[in-house]
Design a protein around this ligand. Structure first.
Ligand code: IMP
Ligand code: MG
Length: 187
């Protein structure tokens, strides 16, 4: 007998499902198609850099749908809560192992909130001689932006609420939910 897939129910912390799993899958397909088209004439494999930990599920789904040669690496950024300290400073905790010079780089992030993390990474990678640096973010919260950033690939725009699932967490909880859920305000 076929095993039925169960959808984990909302717990008492979670207000509503914002984006369901089928919608996520369709959008990731579209993004992968777009990225594959844009990099189809690439001379060296695309260097995909996932920002730990939140991007790992989006990245896993996305890169398995790409039809261009690519290499996957990861970085970790210090977090003082979300988006850096009072001045928006963020710090590299774990760097990539691949050489970035002369490479086409695609940063894969879970969500753009203040924009401090991605602005820092874009600067950092450009000074290290990347040939091009583009950004793919699964979610965007435009109301929270503090810096101006160009998003090359974006999954969904969401309102200013805390969301979990599909890699995103609240204190390490709810990362592996297959959908994006909105939490009741906790902070
Ligand atoms: P930034 O403010 O754009 O630098 O985002 C910093 C980080 O905060 C993101 O990479 C996420 O890991 C985290 N973050 C921001 N908003 C949310 C959310 O709604 N849920 C889970 N994590 C979030
Ligand atoms: Mg993150």
């Amino acid at each position: 007998m076929a095993k039925s897939l169960t959808i984990p129910p909302l717990t008492e912390d979670l207000a509503q499902v914002l984006i369901d799993a089928a919608t996520i899958e369709r959008r990731v397909d579209e993004l992968a198609f777009e990225i594959s088209k844009d990099y189809q004439n690439i001379s060296q494999p695309l260097l995909i850099i996932g920002v730990l930990k939140g991007s790992f599920i989006f990245l896993a789904d996305l890169c398995r749908k790409l039809s261009v040669p690519h290499v996957v690496d990861f970085i970790a950024i210090s977090s003082y809560g979300s988006g850096g300290d009072q001045q928006g400073n963020v710090r590299m905790l774990m760097d990539i192992r691949e050489n970035m010079a002369g490479r086409d780089v695609l940063i894969v992030e879970d969500i753009l909130d203040s924009g401090n993390t991605l602005a820092y990474l874009q600067r950092n990678f450009s000074t290290r001689g990347a040939k091009s640096v583009r950004i793919a973010t699964f979610l965007d919260k435009p109301e929270r932006h503090k810096v101006d950033l160009k998003l090359d690939y974006m999954g969904f725009t969401i309102p200013d609420v805390w969301v979990v699932g599909y890699g995103l967490d609240y204190k390490e909880k709810y990362r592996t939910l297959p959908y994006i859920a909105e939490m009741y305000p906790v902070h």
